[in-house]
Design a protein around this ligand. Structure first.
Ligand code: MEV
Length: 311
């Protein structure tokens, strides 16, 4: 066991395209955001394993509240390590705005699992950290596809297809070796929990399965085309597929006035493409810029159109 504090971090993410349809077995592409990070610091203590996450007002002992997502994550991490919970305090903080669909919960979970393991003398593989974080994500989000914890644990662009029960085991993701597109991220300043929009899509799909399956297929086709454009570095084509994806997400009912306003402002200002990103009905949108100069222009346009912050 470490005698000094052990610190591990994890990145944020954006969904480039394919959110929501990915829950229904269609592909999606997600990108890591290396500069926005969460941190977990495990400090040796004398008695219990204590978790302190002031950003989400969580302060508890592992034994006292074993059902909370971070408690479940800690217990599963100790189980994987074959170790009883250590005496210490796990303190969590994050630069990632919560409920903004940038992967804050998955990032915190990955950072915590890594810090616990490192404190006990072991570095987790990306697959291990991702699987542990997925268990916490299920408690936060209900039925997540697993894309957030995967892109964050690997910290590389991923092509992700959730395995359906009939398809058996197998890795759902492929790491993409691509040049990162220049994205400007606009925060609407409003938020809806991902579990709410995922639940609404589920109810819509149950009520009108044929309509939703058609929309998911169209999103899947846009994502497949976007992958080709991303791999070719064809930014105008990628932008067109992002615009098409946003229109389909509007039809799924997961966009909102604020997201549509920011996407329209970016498109009118010459962005190659713009779409909501993640769970929707608030949170962030992404605009694709041709170069850094256009990114600066888009930043100003989005702030003028009401973005609460632009990254
Ligand atoms: C969340 O980042 C993306 C969604 O597709 C939900 C999920 O995949 O679990 C909305």
């Amino acid at each position: 066991m470490a005698a000094t504090p052990t610190v591990r971090t994890a990145c944020a993410k954006v969904i480039l395209c394919g959110e929501h349809a990915v829950v229904y077995g269609r592909p999606a592409i997600a990108l890591p955001l290396a500069r926005l990070r969460s941190r977990a610091i495990l400090t040796p203590g004398v008695a219990t394993f204590h978790i302190s996450a002031p950003d989400i007002r969580a302060e508890f002992d592992l034994t006292a509240d074993a059902t909370r997502p971070l408690a479940v994550l800690a217990r599963l991490t100790f189980e994987l390590l074959g170790t009883a919970p250590v005496a210490g305090t796990l303190t969590v903080n994050s630069d990632i705005p919560p409920s903004s669909h940038l992967g804050s919960s998955a990032s915190v979970a990955v950072a915590c699992a890594r810090a616990i393991a490192a404190f006990c003398g072991r570095e987790l593989s990306a697959a291990e950290a991702g699987s542990l974080a997925y268990e916490a994500e299920k408690i936060y989000h209900g039925s997540p596809s697993g894309i957030d914890n995967t892109v964050i644990a690997y910290e590389q662009p991923v092509w992700f297809v959730k395995k359906q029960p009939a398809q058996g085991e197998g890795s759902p993701m492929t790491l993409l070796d691509v040049q990162a597109p220049t994205l400007v991220i606009g925060d609407t300043g409003v938020s809806t929990p991902t579990r709410v929009t995922v639940g609404d899509v589920r109810r819509g799909w149950e009520a009108q399965p044929a309509r939703y399956e058609r929309l998911f297929d169209e999103i899947g086709a846009a994502v497949t085309a976007a992958r080709g454009a991303l791999q070719a570095g064809d930014w105008p084509a990628l932008g067109a597929h992002m615009n098409a994806n946003h229109a389909l997400l509007q039809q799924l009912g997961v966009s909102c006035r604020e997201l549509d306003r920011l996407c329209a402002a970016a498109q009118q200002a010459g962005a190659l493409g713009a779409k909501m990103s993640g769970g929707g009905r608030g949170g962030n949108m992404i605009a694709l810029a041709g170069d850094d100069r256009q990114a600066d222009q888009l930043r100003a346009v989005l702030l003028k159109a009401g973005a609460a912050r632009v990254m």
